[in-house]
Design a protein around this ligand. Sequence first.
Ligand code: SF4
Length: 370
Amino acid sequence: MLFQPPLPPFYNGLTEAQISERISKGKAKLGSRLIILGHHYQQNEVIQFADFVGDSLKLSQVGADQQEAEFIVFCGVHFMAESADILSDDRVKVILPDLSAGCSMADMANLDQLEEAWDFLDLECHDNVIPITYVNSAASIKAFCGAHQGACCTSSNARAVLDWAFDQGEKVLFLPDQHLGRNTAFAMGIPLDEMIVYDPKLPNGGLTKSQVNDAKVLLWKGHCSVHALFTTAQCDEIRRIDPAYNILVHPECSWEVVQQADLSGSTEFIIQTVRQSPAGSQWAIGTEIHLVDRLVHDHPDKTIRSLAGIQCLCTTMYRIDLKHLAWAIDNLIEGNIVNQIVVAPDTKRLAVIALERMLANLSPNPVAIA
Ligand code: SF4
């Protein structure tokens, strides 16, 4: 995780109304030179200032499409700002208002670990292994996949990318989210006993040569700390409370939870499923709480609640607050660029290859994983 120095004390003395006014004025002053991107999991206080709201893929595409803006202030997490920097024009500067807004899942795979895994797989495996990384990963991991005939995927198109990968090779190394990998491969008809978990903390990933040889999918031992909070016991409890609830979960949830759910799919799939459902329908949703709360607000004709009885919050994204947003914009007005996210040119060149393979496998509509 990167270190975010404390903000100047001035910002701590401002009320929320004063900070909001400051941001509004700053936005107006910068005009079309600035766009603010807000991820679905972001808090409402920040989202109210976003020019575009979406998942990480949609926001990166918006960044890439910018013709006028000089600055993208990305109210998401670090890997999203990196993707925006990779995909946007070189003249555009991408800013993350709080450098400590990382992603615990992305932090579960680093380049040294991946190179070590690759050395082991090259030695142990005679088949062609295709590395596929979820976009929730560092730029260096994306670049590695780009350089090794692999690709990125999103939760919207993981299945299409895995189909593509099995056209290229015999096995897939899927990282960093074991759950998205397992849920997607299972939905494609690959049995669980043909999937094994590679643990980067253990020598050789904790695997033997014969385990690797027998497997079709190697799942990196990583997960999302938010979606890991959803459990099968919560599914049981919802069914007990009222069987009319439809359980709708993100595929970063465990395989067991996805199997118990009625539907599973990406953030955009969740939003569209609820939007298209009839008035009076009931939804228990297994994803980040800010998105669930927004769905509750936007669909008063439906009964919507979190699958969990506890607050499943992306605490790293939550670090981006009004004060940090105001500070980043104030600096732009003064001609200073703070917290710029810059991906090194060599990394960018290879990561683009992996991202473009992902974009080539996009479906126009979000699809269910299971
Ligand atoms: S919700 Fe999970 S995967 Fe998404 S940014 Fe937060 S920690 Fe990372």
